[in-house]
Ligand binder design. Structure first.
Ligand code: E4P
Length: 219
């Protein structure tokens, strides 16, 4: 499963990238607002830092303006992936852009039927929001299971990008179901490393090592 960071914070992206954990980045208008940075400038910086797809979202609601915004965004770098909402205009924009060879992430997906539409429109990625689904009394992971089943039934190429990930269990379940990608806030990705037995093990090894009185010479 590929890991994308769901953030527009450069330092966090750099840290995860240097650890070899990043396959891409997703941003959205709320994350750009949170960063306090200029949209074009921060997107360009992220694209330079990360080799994989970097999702940048259009804000227009009609197809014509979405296409114009996408035109501006795709000039930023070759790894920009245009993010469009799951509406008829968004799907129309998706079809047009993917036919031109541009990567598209269809976002704000909350049902398997919507995911079916995204695949039919040729989306590179579909982003089902599991956290927001859970928040509203639905089962986010059940949605991922349904989409996986449908995409496998028809061998759709669209990748399932699990979004609105809130905790490490969302990541584990996504991997068990066979989602193609998950995007999570850096703090969730970093939390995957935590295990109390790892901490205890390090503590025990260090204690025993100190008792030997030895050291590993470094230059
Ligand atoms: C995905 O691309 C979105 O940016 C994101 O995952 C939304 O997450 P949220 O529900 O935590 O805002």
């Amino acid at each position: 499963m590929k890991f994308f960071a769901d953030t527009a914070e450069i330092d966090e992206i750099r840290e995860l990238n240097e650890a070899g954990l990043l396959d891409g980045v997703t941003t959205n208008p709320s994350l750009i607002a949170k960063s306090g940075r200029d949209f074009m400038e921060v997107t360009r910086e992220i694209c330079e830092l990360v080799d994989g797809p970097v999702s940048a979202e259009v804000v227009a609601l009609d197809h014509e303006t979405m296409m114009k915004e996408a035109e501006t965004l795709r000039k930023i770098a070759d790894n920009v992936c245009i993010k469009v909402p799951l509406t008829i205009d968004g799907l129309k924009t998706c079809r047009k852009l993917t036919d031109d060879g541009t990567m598209v992430n269809v976002t704000l997906c909350f049902s398997a039927n919507q995911a079916l539409l995204a695949a039919k429109a040729g989306a590179t990625f579909v982003s089902p929001f599991v956290g927001r689904h859970d928040d509203n009394g639905f089962d986010g992971m059940e949605l991922i299971r349904d989409i996986r089943l449908i995409y496998d039934n028809y061998l759709f190429d669209t990748e399932i990008l699990v979004a609105s990930v809130r905790h490490v269990t969302h990541v584990l379940e996504s991997a068990k179901i066979g989602a193609d990608v998950m995007t999570a806030p850096p703090k969730v990705i970093k939390a995957l490393v935590n295990h109390t037995l790892t901490d205890k093990g390090i503590e025990g090894f260090l204690k025993d090592w100190q008792s030997t009185g030895q050291s590993i010479k470094t230059s």
